[in-house]
Design a protein around this ligand. Structure first.
Ligand code: GDP
Length: 313
């Protein structure tokens, strides 16, 4: 992730090394290089424009620094602008004053939601919380089973609908899975939250259904669940590998469920990183976590400043 972007930016900065002072044409050609590097990394055009405008403004307005040479000064400006595009401050879960804190997960099928549910639960447990997972993805019977496997790996209990109901679907899709919902995700979510209250779980993670592409029914279902259970956080899980499509998907989910934070999954892949750089800025929602593999421990809090340094290293 980010290797080519990182290489391109480093090469750009190399050109500035050894210069005693920067002319306006140095700044312009650097900005042009940065712009191309970002576009090649799949960063969305509006974000590229905002980024380069920010760099230009800071570079031209920058005080002549005694401590930094011109190249270092530009690196610092680009770094600050990257941090700002990535959301600025680190932000994670804001817990409810009266537990349980309810976290709802949303995203496309295959984005890594169920895997993330296990990782988040494991991380919460590590932080001293007592999470419970709720299987409200009732579009696919396998999703419930998958969440149970994930819960077992994380050592966290899973609240799922009665198995008797699962046999109820009669339509079978091309993958052999039921294509009709076999239960009411709102009822299951409410029952899961009630169970958490009774058994003193202080965080509830509700896994909801995803589809391969954004569709109105899915979005309505997620919006209905959100309205019914009033979660403290709604995390939108997005596959960092989907490139330019990330922006459209994120905007659709923002409109549909108005998420409070983003989780970038598959950050271990060799994607160019544009999704990561675009989503926070386009939606104005913070990236809270990054998922970096298939293991339950492949998960980290997302720090905009550390990510920026990683890119500029
Ligand atoms: P869901 O449909 O959104 O619940 O997605 P899943 O959690 O089932 O994940 C889809 C696929 O992506 C599975 O094969 C996961 O093992 C894989 N996956 C999920 N997160 C990551 C990640 O961070 N890195 C990698 N390499 N694979 C992941």
């Amino acid at each position: 992730m980010f290797t080519s972007l990182s290489d391109r930016l480093t090469a750009t900065f190399k050109n500035l090394r050894g210069k005693g002072r920067l002319t306006e044409s140095d700044v312009n050609s650097t900005i042009r290089d940065i712009r191309l590097a970002l576009l090649d990394a799949d960063v969305a055009l509006p974000v590229v424009k905002q980024f380069t405008a920010g760099v230009r403004e800071r570079a031209l307005g920058a005080e002549v620094s005694q401590a930094l040479n011109p190249a270092q000064q530009v690196v610092k400006i680009v770094n600050d602008e990257l941090v700002s595009i990535l959301g600025g401050e680190t932000r994670t879960i804001q817990y409810a004053k009266n537990p349980p804190t309810v976290i709802m997960l949303a995203g496309l099928q295959g984005a890594g939601k169920t895997t993330l549910a296990g990782k988040l639960a494991y991380w919460l447990k590590d932080q001293g919380h007592t999470p419970i997972l709720v299987a409200a993805d009732l579009q696919r019977p396998n999703a419930v089973t998958q969440l149970e496997v994930v819960g077992e790996r994380a050592g966290v209990p899973v609240f799922a609908p009665e198995r008797g109901n699962i046999g109820g679907h009669d339509a079978v899709g091309p993958t052999g899975e039921g294509t009709r919902s076999f239960g009411d995700p709102i009822a299951v979510s409410r029952a899961g939250i009630e169970q958490a209250r009774q058994k003193q779980h202080d965080v509830v993670i509700v896994d909801t259904a995803g589809r391969l592409a954004v569709d109105a029914d899915l979005m309505q279902q997620a919006a209905n669940i959100r309205a019914a259970i009033q979660p403290d956080e709604v995390l939108f899980v997005i596959d960092a590998m989907i490139g330019q499509a990330a922006v459209e998907t994120a905007q659709a989910f923002q409109e549909g469920v108005d998420f409070t934070g983003v989780v970038l999954s598959k950050l271990d892949g060799d994607a160019r990183g544009g999704a990561a750089l675009s989503v926070a800025s386009i939606t104005g929602r913070p990236i809270m976590f990054a998922s970096t593999g298939e293991n339950v421990k492949d998960f980290e809090v997302f720090h905009p400043d550390r990510m920026a340094s990683r890119i500029l290293d």
